[in-house]
Design a protein around this ligand. Structure first.
Ligand code: AMP
Ligand code: GLY
Length: 435
C-alpha cells in the first residue's frame, strides 16, 4: 500500500513508525514530516493545511491510505476533499471534526444526549459573558470555542481573571475567530485521563488509557503547553471505569453524531476528569493525542494498517485489537522558552547514543540539507554540522519513549537515556509518570 501521513509532530512520527511495521506498507509519504520521519519515509514539502496540494499529491502518488494527524486539516475538510477523489482516508469529515473544532457544538451535543460534562454556558456577546461571570463564584473555566493550539482554555481562579480572559478572547481576539464564542464552565476537580477509541461510526474499540502532562514545569507548574509527556496505561483507570466511560460517554457520543447526520469515524479522543460523581468530559478531540500517541502506539500489537482500513470500510467489529501488557512512558524535550518564544537551529547531539529499544519520536527537527529556512544562526550551524546532523526547528523537539514491564521500569529507562541527548537550552520535565 502507498500511504500518506499528514502532519509533522512526534505523533505523526509515531504513526509513520507504527504503519511502517505493517507488511502491507510499501511506501510511506509524510506531508511535511520532520527529520525523524525522513529516516523511515519520504517527506513531502506540503503544509498540513494546504488541502489542494495534499489532494493533488495523493492523486499523483496513487495513495491507498491517507492518515490525518493534526486537527487543523480535519477542521478544514481534508478528509472530505480526499474522499471526493476516491482516496481512502482515516479521520472524520469536516462535520465530524466539529466535535473538536467547536467546543460550543460539543457542549450542545453532550447536553442534548445527556453525556456527563462540566456545567456551563456559551456566549457570543462579550457583555453577556461578563454579566454572567459577575454572578458566579470562582474558580471558573473560560474556553474559546474554536481551535487554539491547546491554549484556548483558561482556568480562572478569580472573577477578575475570568473577565480578563474574556477580554483577551472576545475583545482583543487573541485567538481570532476561535473566540467568536466562548464557554464558561464550572471547574471540575479530580484526576485527569484520556481514553482514545477507534470507531467506524458504529463499532467503538477503546485503546489503552493514557495520562498526559500539559503544564511546562515539574509539579504541574508553569504555563499550559501542547503536552510535556505522558504514560500508558494510567494506573487508576480500572476496567470498570473504562466500561463506564465507554457506555456513558464514548458510545453515546458516536451514536449522537450519527443521529445528528454527522457520522464519525477515525479516532475519538476523550479528555476526562474522574470526579467523585463519576467521569466527566473535559474535551473531545477528533484525532490521536500528542503526546498520547507516542505512548499508546508502542503498545499496540495489531497491524495499524488493518485497523485503519477497517475503520474506513466500516468493518471494525471484525478486527481483534491486541495490546501489550507492558507500560510506556514518553518525555518531551523542549526548546528553552517554549511554550513562549524560543530559538531554533541548534544541533541535537546524542541521538545515536541511546540504549536499544529507546524510541525517539521527532517533532520540531530538521535535517541539515533543508536549506533556505531558519535564521542566519541556523544557517551557520548548518554549514558547521556534519551531513547527518539534525537541528531543532520547533518548541517541542523530541518525545523520548520506552516500554517496560512496569511503569517504573519504563520510566527508569527513559530518564536514564535522556541525558545522553542534548541541544542548547533543552529542557524536560523530571516527573513524568512519577506516581
Ligand atoms: P482542554 O484543552 O479542553 O483539554 O483543556 C486543557 C486543560 O484544562 C485540561 O486538560 C484540564 O486540565 C483543564 N480543564 C478543561 N476544562 C476544565 C474544567 N471544566 N474543569 C477543570 N479543568 C478543566
Ligand atoms: N494531549 C492533548 C492533545 O493532543 O490535545
Amino acid at each position: 500500500m502507498r500511504i500518506l501521513v499528514i502532519g509533522n509532530g512526534a505523533r505523526e512520527h509515531a504513526l509513520v513508525w507504527k504503519l511502517a511495521q505493517s507488511p502491507r506498507a510499501k511506501e510511506i509519504y509524510v506531508a511535511p514530516g520532520n527529520a525523524g520521519t525522513a529516516q523511515i519515509a519520504r517527506n513531502l514539502d506540503i503544509s498540513p493545511t494546504d488541502i489542494e496540494s495534499l489532494v493533488k499529491v495523493a492523486c499523483q502518488k496513487s495513495i491507498d491510505l491517507a492518515v490525518v494527524g493534526p486537527e487543523s486539516p480535519l477542521a478544514l475538510g481534508v478528509v472530505d476533499a480526499l474522499e471526493r477523489e476516491g482516496i481512502p482516508t482515516f479521520g472524520p469529515r469536516k462535520e465530524g471534526a466539529l466535535i473538536e473544532s467547536s467546543k460550543v457544538f460539543a457542549r450542545e451535543l453532550m447536553q442534548k444526549y445527556s453525556i456527563p460534562c462540566a456545567q456551563g454556558t456559551s456566549f457570543a456577546s462579550f457583555k453577556d459573558a461578563c454579566d454572567y461571570v459577575k454572578k458566579q463564584t470562582a474558580p471558573l473555566v473560560v474556553k474559546a470555542d474554536g481551535l487554539a493550539a491547546g491554549k484556548g482554555v483558561i482556568i480562572a481562579t478569580s472573577k477578575k481573571q475570568a473577565l480578563e480572559a474574556l477580554a483577551d478572547i472576545m475583545e482583543k481576539r487573541i485567538f481570532d475567530h476561535a473566540g467568536d464564542q466562548v464557554l464558561i464552565e464550572e471547574c471540575l476537580v479530580g484526576r485527569e485521563a484520556s481514553l482514545l477509541a477507534f470507531t467506524d461510526g458504529e463499532t467503538v474499540v477503546p485503546m489503552i488509557p493514557a495520562c498526559d502532562y500539559k503544564r511546562a514545569l515539574d509539579g504541574d507548574q508553569g504555563p499550559n503547553t501542547g503536552g510535556m509527556g505522558s504514560y500508558s496505561p494510567s494506573e487508576f483507570f480500572t476496567p470498570e471505569l473504562e466500561e463506564q466511560v465507554l457506555e456513558t460517554i464514548i458510545k453515546p457520543a458516536v451514536r449522537a453524531m450519527a443521529q445528528e447526520g454527522k457520522p464519525y469515524k477515525g479516532v475519538l479522543y476523550t479528555g476526562l476528569m474522574i470526579t467523585t460523581e463519576g467521569p466527566k468530559v473535559l474535551e473531545f478531540n477528533a484525532r490521536f493525542g500528542d503526546p498520547e500517541a507516542q505512548v499508546i502506539l508502542p503498545l499496540l500489537q495489531t497491524d495499524l494498517v488493518n485497523i485503519m482500513e477497517a475503520v474506513i470500510e466500516g468493518t471494525l467489529s471484525q478486527i481483534d485489537i491486541q495490546w501489550s501488557a507492558e507500560s510506556c512512558v514518553g518525555v518531551v524535550m523542549a526548546s528553552a522558552g517554549y511554550p513562549g518564544s524560543y530559538k531554533t537551529g541548534f544541533h541535537i547531539s546524542g541521538l545515536g547514543e541511546v540504549d536499544q529499544g529507546i524510541l525517539i519520536f521527532h517533532a520540531g527537527t530538521t535535517r541539515v540539507e533543508s536549506r533556505g529556512k531558519g535564521d542566519s544562526r541556523a544557517k551557520r550551524l548548518q554549514s558547521e554540522a556534519s551531513p547527518d546532523s539534525v537541528l531543532t526547528s520547533g518548541g517541542r523537539v523530541l518525545t523520548v519513549a520506552a516500554t517496560g514491564k512496569t511503569l517504573a521500569d519504563a520510566r527508569a529507562k527513559v530518564y536514564r537515556n535522556l541525558p545522553r541527548i542534548s541541544f542548547e537550552g533543552c529542557y524536560c520535565r523530571k516527573d513524568i509518570a512519577a506516581i
